[in-house]
Design a protein around this ligand. Structure first.
Ligand code: G3D
Ligand code: MG
Length: 187
């Protein structure tokens, strides 16, 4: 089958620009207060962060464009400023979400224990959304052993991506993984 690229070759140099398919998807940041959600978004979005956000009702929305092969994927990143997984208002923010980063902090066991609650309430409002698990603050001494993290990840049905919003380790990889999963799910 001919794809866009092979068509360009057939039709010669006058049609060399690759047609990009554009998508916009909504992503939520989930996890206890202080795990590093806002810091991860800031690290990922970098300099455009200051220009591209809207604050309303305790939610900050920033934008990041990913290039995934011939797909241009715009992620709208919803950073909910509330701190508790059982906050009834959250479900309104989750509606229409295509994915979430589910974030814990490797220096606080409680934040790992609360992940399933965040996941449940999110999926109730956004069934079918994709979730990527993130263990943040990898630059600090872990207070949770690897086995415990792996066990938690197993229960939640994925693997944890270690990140540090401080050094940047794993941050791009985590958002990229989510972007890919969202595009896969949409096929
Ligand atoms: P939240 O949005 O999930 O509530 P924040 O979390 O992004 O506000 O981060 C909470 C605190 O953790 C902040 O410190 C922030 O600098 C710190 N933090 C976030 N990510 C990392 C990380 O990867 N490594 C380290 N060492 N610290 C991190 P303050 O002192 O401002 O409260
Ligand atoms: Mg925050």
């Amino acid at each position: 089958m001919l794809d866009d690229q092979s068509l360009n070759i057939v039709t010669g140099p006058f049609h060399t620009s690759m047609e990009r398919k554009k998508f916009i998807r909504k992503v939520c940041l989930l996890g206890d207060g202080g795990v590093g959600k806002t810091s991860l978004v800031r690290r990922f979005v970098e300099d455009s962060f200051r220009d591209e956000y809207v604050v309303s009702f305790g939610t900050k929305v920033s934008k990041k464009v990913l290039e995934l092969g011939d797909v241009e994927l715009t992620l709208m990143l919803w950073d909910i400023l509330g701190q508790k997984s059982d906050d009834a208002l959250h479900s309104a923010y989750y509606k229409g979400a295509n994915g979430a980063l589910l974030v814990c902090d490797i220096t606080r066991l409680q934040t790992v224990e609360h992940l399933s609650k965040w996941k449940e309430s999110f999926l109730r409002a956004a069934p079918g959304a994709r979730i990527v698990l993130v263990a943040n603050k990898a630059d600090l001494d872990p207070k949770i052993n690897v086995e415990k993290l792996e066990a938690a990840a197993g229960v939640l049905g994925g693997r944890m991506i270690m990140t540090s919003a401080k050094t940047g380790e794993g941050v791009e990889a985590a958002f990229l993984e989510l972007g890919k999963q969202i595009m896969e799910a949409g096929k």
